[in-house]
Write a protein that binds this ligand. Structure first.
Ligand code: F6P
Length: 554
């Protein structure tokens, strides 16, 4: 199958050079002046798609900037790259596979081929298998070893087998059905295991061992601990199969672990972990919100896929967000990007995007193995508003770094309390406004004068009160959080990450860096339990091993 081909060095393209020149010309561009000069700026730089409204007018851009960025996308071959992604080409070249998460949300009747084989019948067969399980559990037909129905589901998984499902099931809490409670067990930390299991009864609990590889240490250790916990709680060994199901592409390992083959939901190597919430890895989501809502989630993502594949780049939300990130990262020196959702239900969005973006675009070589000649993925950070305003927003307003950010806010709350939603929305808007407008020296001095301060005092205080402003942000507005809009929102960021990877020429679907830590972890563990002769490879690690061994009890 065709591999995606990229021009060798994007920094040599005419469009890149034009952007460098344009950046110089933009040195003194002030957004507040641009707004004052152009009453159409908001409508020029905003658009709607798939239930999302994006205002990107508070950016350091002009129409020319947009045009030049779009030229870059064209010259870098983005159009062809999108086609190869959706068509199942081997875009993940270092692992020799396609990345077809988009197939997971396609409707019945569509066809997607991998090496001549249509994968869509299998995708829909698994969706039906999920429906059957969800129906059995919701109707109390799946019984535990004491014949009681299942009341609690624990998803044991980490990384993509955790963050996406957790984000979505929490974001869609208002859509929760029939009282099956979902819990997440990710870390190997025993405290997390105790915290989760202490609230549960084994006879009414179902564990989903969610691991594409079925080889992830944290997940396997937690699955073993869950097994031991069930037995200790009184579950007879032959009945354990009533309390464990798995989602994995490694059926052999899952069976060896003791999970009945008919209780193993398939995963495919053509779906990356961080792109997998749309597959059976999304089972805890479906159990929480029901299959019909899960399908709406897929439909929302599909709507965004269609927008991404068909809208002209100038009006294409993921393309524009991706290009704006390139603009700041490669031409303005930004090294991080803030995600600022103003909704309690989206409080875990940052964690999901951290994996999605940083595991995807934290790369230093191009698809062909040659080193990149520009910065690639930024640090993704942030958190829920208004809380962030009373913590780290200070650095956004007056720190020395330029940090672009995305504000995300719904218009309607699922839980209206007095006028809180109006205040929440107002806070979100006023933050992006303050970042953009800032406060000039003259304004700061005038304020102090109005308060009756003397000139000497004003001269002392004014520098502290000046806010540089001109700090860029996007604002994404959803009318109300729903499965469809959330699906579109998550897919929007998946595609944004892909757009950037194409510009940088990197593979956003592998994660070799993570592997080294896993390998070294096994070696260090052997030293810690005293099974390794010789010393660790460095003095610091050996010293810390000795410290542990000298003090650890039990
Ligand atoms: O930690 C890296 C990683 O490989 C992620 O990419 C993946 O989502 C996670 O581990 C979990 O992997 P698995 O689903 O195979 O257990």
């Amino acid at each position: 199958m065709e591999y995606y081909q990229h021009p060798l060095d994007v920094t040599q393209l005419a469009s890149w050079k034009a952007l460098q020149e344009h950046r110089k010309a933009m040195q003194n561009f002030r957004m507040r002046d641009a707004f004052a000069a152009d009453p159409q700026r908001f409508s020029q730089f905003s658009l709607s798609s798939s239930g999302l409204f994006l205002d990107y007018s508070k950016n350091l851009i002009t129409e020319q900037t947009r045009e030049l960025l779009v030229n870059l996308a064209r010259e870098a071959g983005l159009e062809g790259a999108i086609r190869t992604l959706f068509d199942g080409a081997y875009v993940n070249s270092s692992e020799h596979r396609p990345a077809l998460h988009t197939a997971l949300r396609r409707p019945v009747g569509d066809s997607v081929q991998i090496d001549g084989q249509d994968i869509m019948p299998e995708v829909h067969r698994v969706l039906n298998q999920m429906t059957a399980l969800v129906t059995r559990i919701h109707n109390g037909l799946w019984r535990g070893y004491t014949e009681k129905p299942i009341t609690d589901v624990v998803n044991i998984g980490i990384g993509g087998s955790f963050l996406g499902p957790q984000l979505v099931s929490e974001a869609l809490v208002p859509f929760t059905q029939r009282g099956v409670r979902c819990h997440y067990l990710a870390n190997i930390d025993g405290s997390e295991f105790r915290e989760v299991t202490s609230k549960l009864a084994a006879d009414t609990t179902l564990f989903i061992v969610s691991s594409k590889s079925f080889g992830t240490l944290e997940t396997l250790k937690n699955a073993q601990a869950a097994r031991a916990w069930c037995l200790a709680q009184g579950c007879p060994e032959p009945e354990l199969h009533k309390h464990f199901i798995a989602v994995s592409s490694n059926v052999k390992m899952a069976v060896e672990f003791g999970i009945a083959e008919e209780n193993i939901f398939p995963m495919w190597d053509w779906v990356g972990g961080r792109y997998s919430l749309w597959s059976a890895i999304g089972l805890p989501i479906a159990l929480a919100i029901g299959m019909s809502n899960f399908k709406d989630l897929l439909a929302g993502a599909y709507a965004m896929d269609q927008h991404f594949t068909s809208a002209p780049f100038e009006e294409n939300m993921p393309v524009l967000l991706g290009l704006l990130g390139v603009w700041y990262g490669n031409f303005w020196g930004a090294t991080s990007h803030a995600i600022l959702p103003y909704d309690h239900h989206l409080r875990n969005f940052v964690k999901h995007l951290q994996q999605l973006d940083m595991e995807s675009n934290g790369k230093s070589v191009r698809q062909d193995g040659s080193p990149v000649s520009m910065e690639t993925g930024p640090v993704i950070w942030g958190g829920v508003g208004c809380n962030g305003q009373h913590a780290y927003h200070q650095l956004l307003h007056q720190g020395t770094q330029l940090i672009p950010g995305d504000f995300i806010v719904p218009v309607v709350s699922h839980n209206p309390v007095a006028d809180h939603q109006q205040w929440l929305y107002a806070n979100c808007l006023s933050q992006s406004q303050a970042l953009m407008l800032g406060k000039t020296r003259e304004e700061a001095e005038a304020e102090l004068r109005e308060k009756g301060l003397g000139e000497a005092e004003i001269a002392k205080l004014a520098p502290h009160k000046v806010i540089p402003g001109n700090r860029p942000s996007n604002t994404l507005v959803l009318e109300r959080i729903s499965p469809r809009r959330l699906g579109a929102l998550v897919a929007l960021y998946e595609h944004k990450v892909f757009v950037q990877s194409v510009i940088w020429g990197i593979n956003c679907f592998d994660q070799w860096g993570v592997e080294l830590g896993k390998e070294l972890g096994k070696d260090v563990y052997q030293h810690i339990i005293g099974r390794s002769e010789g010393k660790a490879d460095d003095g610091s690690t050996q010293g810390l091993i000795d410290y542990f061994r000298g003090r650890h009890r039990g």
